[in-house]
Design a protein around this ligand. Structure first.
Ligand code: GLU
Length: 466
């Protein structure tokens, strides 16, 4: 088999959301799984609705998720000359023909067909046939170019998701492939691009299934075999509607800003329409090893925030602490926290990440937790009043005294705690909870000796004074 070449061909007409970027993830994963080539093509011919900001979100989102392309980005607007060249060639070969039917005539035709309960379609008035006399060319009318769709027979393809699809050619009228001003239309550009870019597998949303038989006919007219198609079912939002910006879908980059790990999003999206046995949690490397087109889901995937958080948590647990440190520093900087100069890149920051990451789904949450190490804390006055009283205040003070001189590590801190509990005949929570409230601002933390050891001794002593 020839080298696998896939593409992602987004239209930059809105901010790309998770549902859309899944159509980038699958062709990317398939290319990577097969040592293939992944091409990025920006379909920007809808000039009114396309925007640079939307292109930027696509590029940024793909970069963040690590969906690196090998070729492109190619912009369709920069390929107009090429499309026109192919149009001329097709005209010369008699594969397309000029049609002078005006919009008024087309409307009238449609109305007649509807009145007769027929499917509205172009009736072939200007289609040249041997022995047929065409109407006189009207003056001053710029024609459109129509593709001479085969008559009779049908278009068949084995869709990797939907199975065998057969569309009778009688369902397809002669498609307009160039407008009166000579600009090529959508389906035609896609075919020229997929041909020129030597795409072997088209993996895209199933909103394009209706275009596929038309595109296949154009391929064949050009003497080429079409690629293999895999049409992915829609992604639904939590309400069961098609995921869309209109229905509140967030731009992909927002998940980055909310602190999700790229690998978690990749894992989540991969499972939203593809499976590898019962595996729910996998790494990018495993995805690349396992991904194929034989286990694509046939039914629509539904976005589920709770599941996304769960997947994100699993990835946080195993995430590399050096990576987490970098992301936490970024989050702190974004929220205007002064980061002590010795912390970024330090073992201590990595140890903080290791200690707290289990309880987080995002690096925003992790940065929040670790905020106790870089910014003042304040426990709720009520909670403090309830937990710190005459019974344990002397013990907290005695602990502070011990901590002033012990070696500053987890074992020594644990020992100091133990001695203090013994001295006052108290149980661990009776001292550990007020200590946590004073030092960390919250009573729920990992093991208190481990948490304290990552503070500066002076900071702990100052906070214990209340
Ligand atoms: N530009 C199309 C879209 O964003 C995709 C076309 C294709 O993949 O063939 O829906």
């Amino acid at each position: 088999m020839s080298q696998v070449r896939t593409r992602f061909a987004p239209s930059p007409t809105g901010f790309i959301h998770l549902g859309n970027i899944r159509s980038a993830l699958y062709p990317w994963a398939f290319a990577r799984a097969n040592q293939g080539v992944f091409v990025l093509r920006i379909e920007d011919t809808d000039v009114e609705r396309s925007s640079q900001e939307a292109v930027d979100v696509i590029l940024e989102g793909m970069k963040w998720l690590g969906l690196d392309h090998d070729e492109g980005p190619f912009y369709q607007m920069q390929r107009m000359d090429r499309y026109k060249e192919v149009l001329q060639q097709m005209l010369a070969q008699g594969l397309v023909y000029p049609c002078y039917m005006s919009t008024t005539e087309l409307d009238a035709l449609r109305e007649r067909q509807m009145a007769n309960k027929e499917k509205p379609r172009y009736d072939g008035t200007w289609r040249p046939e041997p022995g047929k006399t065409l109407p006189p060319v009207p003056e001053g009318v710029q024609p459109v170019l129509r593709f001479k769709n085969p008559q009779g027979g049908s278009v068949v393809w084995e869709d990797k998701v939907k199975g065998r699809i057969e569309i009778s050619n009688s369902e397809l009228d002669d498609l307009v492939i160039a407008r009166p001003d000579g600009t090529p239309t959508y389906n035609f550009c896609v075919v020229v691009d997929d041909l020129d870019m030597r795409i072997t597998h088209v993996i895209r949303g199933d909103d394009h299934v209706n275009n596929t038989p038309r595109q296949i006919n154009i391929f064949r007219a050009l003497g080429k075999e079409p690629p293999i198609y895999a049409h992915l079912p829609t992604v639904l939002n939590e309400q069961g509607e098609k995921m869309s910006k209109r229905h509140g879908a967030k731009p992909v980059t927002q998940y980055r800003d909310e602190g999700y790990l790229a690998d978690a999003i990749v894992n989540y999206l991969a499972r939203l329409g593809w499976s590898h046995g019962d595996d729910e949690i996998f790494s990018r490397q495993q995805l690349i090893e396992w991904f194929n087109l034989d286990h694509l889901g046939r039914s629509a995937g539904q976005f589920d925030e709770a599941k996304l958080r769960w997947v994100a948590q699993q990835h946080m647990k195993t995430a590399d602490d050096a990576l987490l440190s970098t992301l936490v520093v970024q989050q702190w900087q974004t929220s205007g926290i002064q980061v002590p100069a010795d912390l970024p890149g330090s073992d201590r920051l990595q140890a903080m990440c290791a200690l707290f990451k289990d309880r987080c789904a995002t690096t925003v949450e992790l940065a929040d937790w670790l905020g106790m190490y870089v910014a003042p804390v304040s426990a709720s006055a009520d909670e403090l009043a309830a937990q710190l009283n005459d019974a344990n205040r002397p013990a907290v003070a005695a602990l502070a005294q011990r901590l002033a001189t012990v070696a500053w590590d987890k074992a020594a801190i644990a020992q100091a705690l133990k001695e203090t509990l013994a001295e006052f005949g108290l149980k661990m929570p009776q001292v550990a909870i007020p200590v946590r409230l004073l030092v960390c601002g919250t009573a729920q933390t990992p093991s208190v000796d481990a948490v304290l050891a990552l503070f500066d001794r002076e900071a702990v002593l100052a906070r214990l004074k209340g």
